[in-house]
Design a protein around this ligand. Structure first.
Ligand code: SF4
Length: 324
């Protein structure tokens, strides 16, 4: 592979085709770090509004470090995988105690929740350091360019990196994977690096990268109870998403009545089917708490509770308890 020619063609293509994304308009390591953590498990279109809101609420590491865990989880609400938010807050506390954002790969990599990919992305994009990123897009592009499902992707990404502008070079390779070298139907006809691509030459694009065996999906049925009293609703903390308030499951003394409906929700490799029922009780169980229904927007409320309360709102058509 002629790495120099490939770099040049890729850079030219990126200049013409890069999407205008808000985190590409800044060199602020804090903002770039936030965007990279959000993008780990969430699509670009879904991240954009969250990114703006989160940065408006926590404009720098000091602001994030001062916030309570509940405040950070509430701001993260809707993005899922909440360990990311907890780690962000812990890492912000480390950064705040150090006085500034670390500017070398090794120190960035030591922040809670930061792996090889994120450290390389922040180091290269914010500080121009020569660290090649390897994410799913890069893995796929390199497997196809080399026609080798077992290629040493990190080493090849390092060879393809343009050391004069590593951040831009990294983003160009990821962008190629996101826009052209698509997982199912790569757009080889318009690919700027097609002439370097061994998979294209062999017609093996669809076989690469090698598929990993899928983790087994568990299916679990859960009943959630809507218990209300004089404008308040009973909520409990849940193990499904730690730090969040959720509707309680059946407990001794709870008398379930009308069913409000069902919905599905997937967390990691578990597919839940939730059945939502109204219920009455004489005494709240330990750990549960009555919350004013008008204040639910202010607390970290689980996605499952939001979905269940939407069923309640649809059944009764009262003013919505929560935002859509
Ligand atoms: Fe991907 Fe096709 Fe380009 Fe090869 S030619 S890198 S398979 S889009």
């Amino acid at each position: 592979m002629d790495a120099a020619a490939l770099r040049k063609q890729l850079a030219r293509w990126y200049t013409r085709n890069a999407r205008e994304l808000p985190w590409r308009l800044t060199r602020d390591p804090y903002a770039i770090w936030i965007s990279e953590i959000m993008l780990q498990q969430t699509r670009v279109a879904a991240v954009i509004p969250h990114y703006h809101r989160f940065l408006a609420r926590f404009p720098d590491a000091a602001a994030l470090a001062r916030a309570s865990e509940a405040e950070v989880l509430t701001a993260w609400s809707g993005l899922g995988y909440y360990s990311r938010a907890r780690n962000l807050r812990k890492a912000a506390q480390t950064i705040a105690s150090q006085g500034e954002f670390p500017s070398d790969y090794g120190t960035i990599r030591q922040l809670p929740g930061v792996g090889d990919y994120t450290a390389a992305a922040v180091a290269s994009i914010a500080f121009g350091l020569p660290h090649a990123v390897v994410d799913g897009n890069v893995r796929r592009v390199i497997a196809r360019l080399t026609n080798d499902g077992k290629a040493d992707v990190q080493a090849i990404a390092g060879r393809l990196l343009d050391r004069r502008d590593p951040g831009r070079s990294n983003q160009a390779l990821m962008e190629l994977g996101a826009l052209v070298c698509l997982p199912r139907e790569p757009l080889c006809g318009v690919c700027p690096v097609a002439r370097h691509c061994e998979a294209r030459r062999h017609g093996s694009q669809a076989d690469l990268p090698l598929k990993r065996p899928r983790a087994e999906v568990k299916r679990i049925s859960v009943v959630l109870l809507v218990i209300r009293k004089r404008g308040k609703i009973l909520l409990t903390q849940t193990d499904r998403v730690k730090g969040f308030w959720d509707l309680p499951e059946p407990f001794p003394g709870a008398r379930a009545s009308g069913g409000l409906g069902t919905f599905r929700h997937t967390i990691m490799n578990t597919q839940y089917v939730f059945e939502v029922k109204e219920a009455m009780i004489d005494r709240a169980p330990r750990g549960a708490k009555w919350w004013d229904e008008s204040r639910l927007r202010e607390i970290p409320l689980s996605t499952t509770a939001k979905k269940a309360l939407r069923l309640l709102a649809n059944a009764a058509s009262p003013p919505a308890l929560i935002s859509p």
